[in-house]
Every structure is written in structure tokens, then in C-alpha cells.
Design a protein. Structure first.
Length: 254
């Protein structure tokens, strides 16, 4: 929701400041509920499902107007979420053609269309929040991240952060979750919603996010040297085959 800082080089090249996040986790870990909450919380959010969405539905399509007979562009989910967040559930269920269609939108944040005599480049300055299930039903800790999800390497390199959500058996956690869910069902239809009161009001949290977005942090020299050293170390581990816990490190991670 906070994202990063948009930058432009002297040559006019725009650097993406929005952050793309993917949630990978076991079933029944509230990934879809989290996406729907973000969709309803953000002023400009779009929610869609990967299996039920086509390439044109995610990007844009050219259709013929029934009244005038002229061709026009209809915006897809990524265009409608411009300057907002696009929540994509069941991301791993998307076909390869649909995943290829959002390559440009995830990195260059534009959508290029050349259809029916229309050539246009449209803005898709949005952060993508995706949710995916592991290939084997449950996340296998003995395997790497790329071996647990059915996502192509080009798409994985475009995500800035991956969060793995595990459904672990913990007596204290299970009791707290069960107590909360039973309490929700027990108070359904009643006026007593004291146990559902959040720690922060949505309006105050939204105001905090808007204020944080107005700040442009700077990278000090010490942090720059640390980032360069860490990136070089990760690249060396990839070259020597030591980095088996994640996907290949590229310049996009910088």
C-alpha cells in the first residue's frame, strides 16, 4: 500500500516505484480474505481472479461500438487500478498466455495495444497483490520457492516480495483462531461487535498511508555500499549454485 518512490533518469527513463507482492501459502490461511480487505480498503482497488480472467480482461481490449460502429478501447483490471492496487487471486491458475500479457504492465507499467487500426500505449501504474497456492496442495519446506509455485521465472522476477504463509499446528494459535471464529458466529445478527473492534480505525490508517506516500526517502552512502555488496554476494551464490532457497537474483531486485 505504501509502495516506493517513482524516479526518472536524465535520459527520460521512468523507474517503477510501485511494489509487487505475491502471497504463497497453504489453503485456509485467509489469503483471499486479505486481498478482498485491501480491495475494499484502498480508494482505487480492483479485485479479480486469475482463472476467470483473460489477457484482454487484465490489460485492455478493442471493441466495436454498437451505436457508432467505431472501434474503441475498453480498460481492463490493470488500467482501472491505475494509481491504486490490483488484487489477483488464484494467480498460479492463470494460463501462460495471460501471464505473458501482464509482463509489460508489471515492469514498465504501460499497456501497448495494436489492434483494428488502433495503436496506443496506456498507463497501468499499479501495484499488484497476488495470491497463489503451492503445487502440491501444501507448501513443501524441503523444496525451494520456485519449486513450490507454478509461476514462470519472468513473472517471479517481476515480484519484489514473496510472503510464504504456512498453516502450522500450534495449540495456542489454534485456540485463539477457533475462539475468534466461534465468537463471530455466536454474535452474528446481534449488536455486540466488541470483539471485532480493530486496533486502528480505517480512516486513520488511510490518512497515515497518504502521509507516508508524500515522503521521498534518500539512500545514504553507507546503505548504498551495503546494497551493492549484498547484491554481488547473491549473484555469486547463483553462479556457484549455492542459492537454492529462492529464484535467480536479477537487477530487478535492486
Amino acid at each position: 500500500m505504501l509502495g516506493g518512490v517513482h524516479k526518472s533518469t536524465k535520459e527520460g527513463i521512468k523507474l517503477r516505484g510501485d511494489v509487487n507482492v505475491c502471497l504463497v501459502g497453504d489453503p485456509s490461511t485467509a489469503k483471499s480474505q486479505f486481498l478482498k480487505f485491501i480491495h475494499g480498503f484502498m480508494p482505487r482497488g480492483v479485485y479479480t481472479s486469475g482463472k476467470a480472467s483473460s489477457a484482454a480482461g487484465l490489460t485492455a481490449s478493442v471493441v466495436k461500438d454498437a451505436e457508432t460502429g467505431e472501434f474503441c478501447v475498453e480498460a481492463g483490471a490493470l488500467m482501472l487500478a491505475d494509481n491504486g492496487i490490483c488484487c489477483i487471486d488464484e494467480f498460479d491458475k492463470m494460463d501462460n498466455t495471460e501471464q505473458v500479457a501482464i509482463h509489460e504492465a508489471m515492469e514498465q507499467q504501460t499497456i501497448s495495444i495494436t489492434k483494428a487500426g488502433i495503436h496506443a500505449t496506456l498507463n497501468a501504474r499499479t501495484s499488484i497483490l497476488a495470491a497463489a497456492n503451492p503445487i502440491f496442495g501444501r507448501y513443501d519446506r524441503s523444496k525451494s520457492l520456485k519449486a513450490n509455485v507454478a509461476i514462470s521465472p519472468p513473472i517471479m522476477s517481476r515480484f519484489d516480495l514473496f510472503f510464504v504463509v504456512l498453516d502450522e499446528c500450534n495449540p495456542a494459535t489454534d485456540q485463539a483462531i477457533a475462539k475468534h471464529i466461534v465468537g463471530v458466529h455466536q454474535s452474528s445478527g446481534q449488536n455486540d461487535n466488541s470483539h471485532l473492534k480493530p486496533y486502528f480505525e480505517p480512516a486513520a490508517l488511510l490518512q497515515y498511508i497518504q502521509y507516508a506516500k508524500s515522503i521521498s526517502p534518500q539512500i545514504p552512502e553507507e546503505s548504498r555500499r551495503k546494497l551493492v555488496t549484498c547484491y554481488r554476494s547473491l549473484r555469486e551464490n547463483d553462479h556457484l549454485g549455492r542459492n537454492r532457497t529462492a529464484y535467480r537474483i536479477t537487477v530487478r531486485q535492486l
